[in-house]
Design a protein around this ligand. Structure first.
Ligand SMILES: NC(=O)c1ccc[n+]([C@@H]2O[C@H](COP(=O)([O-])OP(=O)(O)OC[C@H]3O[C@@H](n4cnc5c(N)ncnc54)[C@H](OP(=O)(O)O)[C@@H]3O)[C@@H](O)[C@H]2O)c1
Length: 250
């Protein structure tokens, strides 16, 4: 684990200028805040998540703020497969001619149940969205990332992806898998210009957190906007040489 201290980090205003970066789960929660922060630092963001309206609203806000116009590509990742990801790669290449980074942020919680009672179909759905989708999407986008001078892949983990906890079922197991996927890929790409790392956002005020802890007072949590420093750090050139690490956003 890397000891990045977000309060010590001051990203340059043009940190991500001229970079094209794909963010999954961009329509809400943490992904939305990452998209705004990246575009405010000069990136052209490619936004994907399920609900087109969320992406259109976000694009309009980013344009109104005077930042580079994002591309929006609504997609239900639960139904996506290898050909859909190849199509995604082709569309990014046609629109931008390059890709400098991916933030694999989309995720689902699934039911909070003991393993003994966990339904197999639901298990497969959670594992597919949280673990298999980032794997297959990365495969399809690697040729574009390899062509970039400096590229970064960020996977999203969780506290329960580092230490198992009762009742977190497929979500926890998928996040352990994500840490593994990130480390294996980082080692395979160690001699390239692509770095691969994982971020644990920590307790953050989003719909997913509210679903996991309905009794919790959301005002005790940091907002998504307050945790973006580590995403900026790992996506921009300041993190060159950092590879195969797992960082905390808080
Ligand atoms: N919040 C926390 O406290 C916390 C803590 C640790 C880890 N995390 C991780 O951080 C990441 C973001 O979490 P969050 O709290 O921001 O979650 P969130 O508020 O529930 O947002 C999830 C995003 O993923 C998208 N998504 C879900 N299912 C999808 C599908 N089938 N196809 C395409 N997009 C889909 C949603 O799209 P729509 O908006 O279109 O539905 C939404 O934009 C997740 O990987 C989560 O596991 C969160």
């Amino acid at each position: 684990m890397n000891n990045f201290d977000p309060s010590d980090y001051s990203p340059a205003a043009d940190l991500l200028a001229d970079r094209v970066i794909l963010i999954t789960g961009a329509g809400a929660g943490i992904g939305r805040a990452i998209a705004k922060a990246f575009s405010a630092h000069g990136a052209t963001v490619v936004l994907t998540s399920r609900t087109p309206k969320n992406l259109e609203t976000l694009r309009d806000e980013i344009v109104a703020d005077g930042h580079p116009r994002p591309a929006i590509l609504p997609m239900d990742l639960a139904r996506a497969n290898k050909p859909s990801f190849q199509q995604l790669a082709d569309r990014i290449n046609d629109a931008s001619g390059r890709l400098n980074g991916i933030v694999h942020n989309a995720g689902i919680l699934g039911p909070r149940l003991p393993i003994e009672n966990y339904d197999e179909t639901t298990w497969n759905e959670v594992m597919h969205l949280n673990l298999t989708v980032p794997f297959v999407m990365t495969q399809a986008l690697l040729p574009l990332l390899r062509a970039a001078d400096d590229a970064s892949i960020i996977f999203t983990s969780s506290g329960v992806g580092r230490k198992g906890r009762a009742g977190w079922g497929a979500y926890a197991v998928s996040k352990f898998g994500t840490e593994g996927l990130s480390q294996v890929l980082a080692d395979e790409l160690a001699d390239t210009s692509i770095r691969v790392n994982c971020i644990n956002p920590g307790r953050t005020r989003t719909a997913m957190r509210a679903a996991a802890y309905p009794e919790e007072d959301p005002n005790t949590l940091l907002s998504p906007e307050a945790i973006v420093a580590v995403y900026l750090y790992l996506m921009g050139p300041d993190s060159q040489g950092i590879n195969g690490q797992s960082l905390n956003a808080q």
